[in-house]
Design a protein around this ligand. Structure first.
Ligand SMILES: Nc1ncnc2c1ncn2[C@@H]1O[C@H](COP(=O)(O)OP(=O)(O)O)[C@@H](O)[C@H]1O
Ligand SMILES: [Mg+2]
Length: 418
């Protein structure tokens, strides 16, 4: 069988690759989703294993459905013996192979199976756990391959992968800049230049990882923390009590920050996040840490009584033995954001333990309205929301003077790192 299509020349080395891992950093509209879908389908058809399984993952399910699904359907249309399952965004091939589309906003759907190959599109926008916790293990059984594609979005997890691919074996990596591919007409690029800031243009068309994340609420403050070397090793100081600040998920993640406050300094020493476990699990985790707790800050919705149990989550946590719970009253989102903006310049973060939380604070951003080409006034709801909301809970409590905040001791005092 021959499938007829004309690959765009810059993608030919990718089609011909022999490495297991690949990363493609490419400008907008250069055809990366198209090319990776072609390659995914070709490899699925050529796969000689029994029941081969392939997946394409976009940051959001709707994105996969709107952009990649039409490509895939178009590609299989001419291939005999294939069936299309619209509701599952899945194509069953004549060789018993399957290609299915997913969104990383609901990556739990992927759990349980195995994969022979996977494409992670617009990886810079994806919850990094989708890869590390779910997708990577699914490749283990059959030695499956993975491709990360996208346009840069600052020095986030996508940058880490690009950087690693430059020095580790068995990686294929390529960067496609608009000035080099010639895929977009000069007039088109000129037009884009006019409506974008130079920084935006560099990111979107010249693949620069330097630009700040557009619409990020705490981008500037987190950048300053980085520049001032406040994202370092911040040891737990046993002389100080620990405050926790929570965001409680019902269908999704619960996030908890562990913070020590001394004088003017806010030290973010630890971070915990999980989903699909009961409140007892979190209480147990808190107990297993060596910290002595001053108290626990919870968002206002923790006081709402649940229909099933008739109990609020504050009451549940209390019955599990958590003392000194303080519920932060509801505030407008913009006030919460401002509160955290004021706290971040005097914050220190433990780079290792708070890695995921820090990354989320860097990326937490406003929703983009593609029709109006402007940011909406509300935050995008994605994996970054939970850590950011929990951090804002803490920020709202900080300015209120409380005798519970400890007396100042110097940051340089030796701490214990466990
Ligand atoms: N090899 C190709 N042949 C014909 N059209 C292509 C090819 N590759 C990409 N395109 C077209 O280019 C446009 C952008 O492709 P897409 O893959 O969605 O870009 P992006 O790089 O932004 O993911 C689409 O309209 C697609 O149909
Ligand atoms: Mg795309």
């Amino acid at each position: 069988m021959t499938i007829r299509y004309r690959p765009r020349p810059p993608f030919i080395p990718y089609y011909d690759r022999a490495s297991r891992w690949s990363v493609l950093v490419a400008h907008r509209r250069c055809g990366k989703t198209f090319a990776c879908m072609q390659d995914l389908l070709k490899r699925a058809i050529e796969c000689e294993r029994t029941e081969p399984r392939f997946a394409y993952v976009a940051p959001f399910f709707n994105q996969a459905k709107d952009i990649a699904w039409p490509y895939l359907k178009q590609f299989v249309a001419g291939i005999p013996g294939c069936s299309i399952n619209e509701s599952e965004l899945r194509v069953d091939l004549f060789n018993r192979g399957r290609v299915r589309l997913y969104g990383a906003d609901n990556y739990d759907r992927l759990r349980g199976g195995y994969l022979d190959g996977v494409v992670l599109d617009e990886y810079a926008d994806m919850d990094p756990r989708a890869w590390s916790e779910v997708i990577r293990p699914m490749l283990a059984d059959r030695g499956g391959w993975a491709t990360f594609i996208g346009t840069p979005k600052g020095r986030n997890g996508f940058w880490d992968i690009w950087d690693r691919a430059g020095s580790e074996p068995d990686w294929f990596r390529v960067m496609l800049k608009a000035s080099e591919t010639g895929l977009l007409p000069a007039s088109e690029l000129e037009d884009a230049r006019r409506v974008m800031t130079p920084e935006q243009y560099e990111q979107e068309f010249e693949c620069s990882f330097q630009a700040a994340i557009q619409g990020a609420y705490f981008g500037r403050e987190m950048q300053a923390a980085e520049t001032d070397s406040r994202i370092v090793r911040v040891p737990w100081e046993p002389k100080l009590q620990v405050h926790t600040a929570w965001d409680l998920g019902i269908g999704d993640s619960t996030a908890i920050w562990f913070v020590q406050v001394t004088g003017n300094e806010i030290r973010w020493i630890d971070y915990l996040e999980s989903s699909g476990v009961g409140l007892d699990w979190y209480v147990k985790q808190l107990r297993e840490k060596p910290y002595s707790y001053d108290g626990h800050l919870l968002p206002h919705d923790a006081e709402v009584r649940e229909l099933g149990s008739g109990q609020s989550r504050v009451e549940t946590l209390q019955s599990l033995g958590l003392n000194n719970i303080r519920v932060i009253p509801a505030q407008r989102k913009e006030d919460q954001i401002n509160a955290l903006r004021l706290v971040l310049p005097r914050s220190w973060f433990d780079a290792e333990r708070c890695k995921r939380g820090i990354e989320a604070l860097r990326q937490y951003r406003a929703e983009w309205d593609d029709k109006r080409k402007a940011f909406r006034e509300r935050p995008l709801h994605d994996w970054t929301s939970h850590p950011a909301d929990a951090a804002m809970v803490l920020a709202q409590a900080v300015p209120q003077p409380s005798s519970a905040w400890s007396k100042p001791i110097k940051y340089q005092d030796a701490g214990v790192y466990v």
